[in-house]
Design a protein around this ligand. Structure first.
Ligand SMILES: C[S@@+](CC[C@H](N)C(=O)[O-])C[C@H]1O[C@@H](n2cnc3c(N)ncnc32)[C@H](O)[C@@H]1O
Length: 334
């Protein structure tokens, strides 16, 4: 693979991706602008399209290019949240304005959207994450996992007719059915109580026996690496581990650490076409990976570079400082 060194490109995601050689990055982790949620203040931004379908189509164009620049065994880790069709409440505020139009207010701009979207009523949860996941699957991606990011510290919503939303998705998508995935790098320490339970084995009619020696403990325990269990697909991570004045939608460093550890080797190349404050670059550098960041807003590019410049790598050799990496770095599931 023709390996680029870390770099930051300022411009539209599709246009910048087109300048990268095919197969030149190992993985992509990213969080696109969510639909109708924020105004990033730049022409050409994604997220303010006239309809969900148009928004999905733009993102599919971006991820078609990501597919091209990914290595054949590469993965895409895609963090995406949902949006509600405007009801006059919440972030997608639509207020009446004329007979056939509603107005879609976002901070300092006003966008007009058609009053009706096909099949979606005001107040409906749009289902953006799955619309996108299915569209990408139809474009050749293998949809491998729907990881739930449970936001441990999410704020209560003022809305009174549904529960507060406290999760987002991270879809794991692969370019091919067999791909690089270092499950050992992200496995979790097994609790003492679980070890004891697995060792006891299975009993008649019970999932796990309550007394020693009822069934075959070795067989039951063989699924586990003794001290560790496979990482599960609900990740409990608090929001905002790093604060930057102007950027409002950063993902936490802790959220993407496992993605980078499982999706790339030390020295591998990590791509983020919606770089924002540069979280992906900061974590990639800390974990001894290269990064390529793309961001439309010039000011964010400058801030991201300043942030990354301050990062001191924790892993610089083949054997890292992360105990899980030491234990199993380079183990690939095919
Ligand atoms: C949700 S934020 C990403 C935040 C990032 N994960 C972080 O931790 O800081 C999405 C970013 O995409 C950028 N963006 C919007 N439209 C874009 C486009 N067409 N091409 C590239 N970047 C774009 C926005 O300026 C914003 O910084």
């Amino acid at each position: 693979m023709d390996k680029p060194t870390s770099k930051l490109l300022c411009g539209d995601a599709v246009k910048c991706l087109e300048t990268l050689p095919a197969g030149s990055v190992n993985m992509c982790v990213t969080s696109p602008p969510y639909y109708g949620l924020r105004d990033y203040g730049v022409d050409g931004q994604i997220g303010i399209e006239q309809s969900p379908d148009e928004y999905i189509a733009r993102l599919v164009n971006v991820f078609d290019e990501v597919y091209r620049v990914l290595a054949d065994d590469g993965t895409l880790w895609l963090n995406i949240g949902d949006s509600y069709a405007g009801s006059g409440k919440g972030p997608m505020t639509i207020s009446a304005n004329g007979k056939n139009k509603d107005v879609f207010n976002m901070q300092n701009r006003i966008y007009e959207v058609p009053k009706k979207w096909s099949g979606i009523k005001p107040k409906d949860l749009i289902g953006i994450p799955w619309m996108l996941a299915f569209a990408l699957r139809a474009h050749g991606w293998y949809l491998r996992s729907d990881i739930i990011w449970h936001k441990m510290n999410c704020l209560s919503e003022s809305i009174k007719d549904r529960p507060t939303k406290c999760y987002e998705h991270i879809f794991l998508l692969a370019k091919a059915p067999h791909y690089y995935f270092d499950y050992k790098a992200i496995q979790e320490p097994l609790k003492e109580v679980s070890k004891a339970r697995y060792k006891r084995g299975r009993g008649n009619g019970n999932k796990y026996a309550t007394q020693q020696g009822i069934s075959n403990p070795t067989k039951d325990f063989a699924h586990f690496d003794q001290q560790y269990r496979r990482k599960r697909d609900v990740w409990e991570v608090s929001t905002n581990s790093y604060k930057m004045d102007e950027h409002f939608a950063m993902f936490p460093e802790k959220l993407i650490e496992p993605c980078i550890l499982a999706g790339s080797k030390i020295g591998g190349v990590v791509l983020d076409p919606f770089f924002g404050s540069g979280t992906t670059g900061a974590v990639a550098k800390r974990l001894g990976r290269e990064y390529i960041g793309i961001e439309l807003n010039e000011r964010y590019v400058q801030k991201a570079q300043e942030r990354i410049d301050k990062v001191i790598p924790e892993i610089t050799t083949e054997i890292g400082t992360n105990p899980a990496v030491k234990n199993g770095g380079g183990n690939v599931a095919h």
